[in-house]
Design a protein around this ligand. Structure first.
Ligand SMILES: Cc1cc2nc3c(=O)[nH]c(=O)nc-3n(C[C@H](O)[C@H](O)[C@H](O)COP(=O)(O)OP(=O)(O)OC[C@H]3O[C@@H](n4cnc5c(N)ncnc54)[C@H](O)[C@@H]3O)c2cc1C
Length: 360
């Protein structure tokens, strides 16, 4: 289904720059987005629980340099990566002008599976279910929780496991490490769902020329989520205090307009102004310019469609085949996104580009 990512971006010089360079150019500048890509592809790098930065777990010669090469914050050769994924120079020019990014088709999507309780339309979970059923992937790396809303990754191999990912966890987690777990578990065709920075990291893994065997050919499908910002886990402690809630009783978190909405098990909604939680925004997000997961095969968000529906952009041929196939076989229903919705996404995307910090 669809085509594989072809060709490599040549970047020989970066492979001499190891973890000490990552420290200098990313960690000390506090622009690490905690995507987890460095730790996923190097055994010597770990991100300990409750820590917000990668570290070397043993003294190690840093010459390998994969961490520096793969980090989405060191350098991002966007036009080269895009010409390999989307195969069109003109498309890149369009994306520069348009914060929606390059896409083949856009839809408002709602799951037709009643047992999927998605964040919005349950599009992500349904599309992954279709991709699993059609053997496009044999596992999906998702972000779930143990019940307290603190994110953890899971390698989902069947429909039941896939459903555990549904719902948005608004705190930062190095989800790409789940790709390492999937490779170690023997998955040959890996699907991944994550944030724009995580998709950027994995696109670098797929496209950069380097001499090591890291299993990148097993990464087959990237689903990206729209993202204005992400928060540190202290947000959860704040919500617990502020709303006087046990996190285990929270059914859903959502951001609407200028509020974080917390839905409890009794159906009560606790609204907290975004201004009040601004201090928990992750520092590393401040330089990000990608609102709509521009490098994903399929990008999904809530903005742009009515409540209960997800906005979906099929960006690559493979992405489009999956959305179309899922529609034809009754996994989802899909309709056109209204111009008004597209306009709103565009404005938010432009705002993210304009407000991103340029002084690092
Ligand atoms: C931190 C964050 C910020 C977001 N900001 C915006 C925004 O500004 N505007 C907007 O339109 N949409 C935003 N979204 C996306 C939106 O909340 C929904 O995830 C999206 O609409 C998909 O809904 P769904 O019902 O189709 O997905 P579902 O079927 O419910 O599936 C959700 C998927 O999201 C994944 N996921 C959940 N939490 C995380 C996480 N922390 N990190 C990585 N993956 C995760 C799960 O693995 C699951 O597969 C954001 C999502 C996140 C995680």
């Amino acid at each position: 289904m669809g085509t594989e990512v072809e060709g490599y971006v040549k970047l020989p010089t970066f492979l001499e720059q190891g973890f000490s360079y990552l420290k200098r150019d990313v960690l000390s500048k506090r622009i690490c987005c905690l995507c987890g890509t460095c730790a996923a592809f190097c055994d010597k790098i770990k991100i300990r629980e409750n820590e917000r930065k990668p570290e070397l777990v043993e003294e190690y010669d840093t010459i390998c340099g994969l961490c520096y090469a793969y980090c989405p914050r060191t350098f991002l050769p966007l036009s080269e990566i895009e010409s390999r994924i989307f195969g069109a120079e003109e498309a890149r020019k369009k994306a520069e002008e348009d914060a929606l990014g390059i896409y083949r088709s856009g839809y408002a999507v709602r799951s037709k599976k009643e047992d999927i309780k998605g964040q919005d339309g349950g599009a992500v979970t349904s599309l992954l279910a279709y991709a699993l059923d059609k053997s496009v992937i044999d596992c999906a790396v998702i972000t779930t929780t143990r019940g307290d809303w603190r994110p953890i990754t899971k390698v989902a191999k069947n429909y039941g496991e896939l459903k555990e990912g549904a719902g948005t966890k608004y705190t930062i987690y190095p989800g790409v490490v789940g790709v390492k777990e999937a490779i170690e578990a023997g998955c040959e065709n890996i699907g991944f769902v994550g944030l724009p920075c995580q998709i950027q990291g994995l696109r670098k893994v797929q496209t950069l020329e380097q001499p090591y065997e890291v299993g990148k050919e097993r990464i087959k499908l990237l689903l990206g989520l729209f993202c204005m910002e992400n928060f540190t886990e202290e947000l959860l402690d704040f919500v617990k205090e502020k709303a006087n809630l046990d996190l285990e009783t929270v059914r859903k978190f959502d951001i609407k307009g200028k509020e974080l909405l917390v839905y409890d098990e009794e159906g009560k909604v606790h609204a907290i102004a975004l201004d009040e939680i601004k201090r928990y925004e992750s520092e590393g997000c401040s330089i990000c310019t990608d609102y709509t997961a521009e490098l994903a095969d399929i990008a999904v968000g809530s903005v742009g469609s009515e409540d209960g529906w997800s906005t979906v952009f099929a960006r690559t041929e493979r992405g489009e085949e999956i959305v179309e196939g899922a529609r034809e076989e009754g996994y989802i229903e899909a309709k056109e996104i209204e111009e008004k919705g597209l306009g709103l996404i565009r404005r938010l995307g432009e705002r993210k580009r304009e407000e991103s910090r340029k002084d690092y």
